[in-house]
Design a protein around this ligand. Structure first.
Ligand SMILES: NC(=O)c1ccc[n+]([C@@H]2O[C@H](COP(=O)([O-])OP(=O)(O)OC[C@H]3O[C@@H](n4cnc5c(N)ncnc54)[C@H](OP(=O)(O)O)[C@@H]3O)[C@@H](O)[C@H]2O)c1
Length: 272
């Protein structure tokens, strides 16, 4: 497994996304993923599956120290006291003493960012989170956050796949030593029948999803594909035995001009 290094964190390049995985299915998939070699699991308070993610971690038999667990604080808990309390509640649900990476799930302009970041940094200082970061932050918000946060931020988790150009966010993260973690990295399954990705994949005997994930990792971006199918767990992690050519990398990057954003809400920031 390759790691993405950022401000002291070593983030396994492929993680399992768990949004919409619930109950026993979630626990079983987390357990299977870890048995197959995954070492990074992405959850969030809003996914309502932290308990099952914790069950899967324990069921796998993989040592706690070998797994990188991310969770995210929901925006209604951004007032400083609420944030610390809700981080502790996440730890209780996960049955962990420390989270590897704790993120602000979305920006929330209702609470001053410096107060929320102060509380997030305090959770780290208390030893409840090894690393902290943000998600769905634009370039302007990254700049504001880096200036206001007393502890280093290690990542911005954002939507990123071949159909969405994220050059600006990637450059902003790089300026501050932060990693980009790509969510919806296989464009919610839409890459499966992409003719260009299939054609490139034929040359390497890889699927279009594998080409897509390799394209992300080869840019030093971590990716957290989600699947509810056991066979796809293996498919999505078997991307470390081939390398895309510069021409292939360029061709896939050019698809970004399509600018197809798949996750957008009324409360989202004004995207770059
Ligand atoms: N920070 C945020 O605001 C945020 C927002 C969205 C997502 N996320 C995180 O990112 C994770 C991934 O994003 P996502 O779930 O939106 O999208 P995704 O991982 O791009 O796509 C998931 C969909 O693609 C299918 N799929 C997965 N692997 C495949 C493969 N190899 N071939 C064909 N289809 C495949 C899955 O179907 P099957 O189950 O049938 O395989 C599922 O329907 C989430 O689970 C969550 O942890 C974070």
């Amino acid at each position: 497994m390759l790691f993405i290094e950022a401000n002291g964190a070593k983030i396994p390049a492929i993680g399992l996304g768990t949004w919409e995985l619930r109950g026993k299915t979630c626990a079983r998939l987390v357990e299977q993923a870890l048995r197959l070699g995954y070492r990074h699991i992405d959850t969030a308070q809003a996914y309502e599956n932290e308990r099952e993610v914790g069950e899967g971690l324990r069921g796998s038999g993989v040592k706690r120290g070998e797994v990188f667990v991310t969770t995210k604080i929901w925006t209604t808990h951004f007032a400083p006291n609420d944030l610390e309390r809700s981080a502790k509640e996440s730890l209780v649900r996960l049955r962990l003493t420390e989270i590897d990476l704790l993120l602000l799930h979305w920006p929330n302009p209702q609470v001053p960012l410096s107060e929320t970041l102060g509380a997030l940094a305090r959770v780290k200082q208390l030893g409840l989170a090894r690393h902290i970061g943000v998600s769905n932050f634009t370039v302007a918000l990254i700049e504001e956050a880096v200036a206001a946060c007393p502890e280093p931020l290690v990542c911005d988790q954002v939507e990123y796949h071949p159909y969405l150009d994220q050059t600006k966010v990637i450059e902003a993260c790089a300026r501050h030593g932060m990693a980009v973690v790509a969510y919806s990295p296989v464009a919610k399954g839409r890459v499966k029948n992409d003719q260009a990705l299939l054609r490139i994949g034929d040359r390497y005997r890889k699927t279009s999803a594998q080409v897509c994930l390799r394209w992300l990792v080869q840019q030093n971006v971590a990716a957290i594909p989600r699947t509810s199918k056991l066979e796809r767990l293996s498919e999505n992690i078997e991307i470390f035995d081939f390398e895309l050519s510069d021409a292939d990398m360029r061709e896939i990057s050019e698809m970004g001009s399509a600018n197809r954003r798949l996750t957008d809400f009324g409360f989202a920031p004004k995207w770059d």
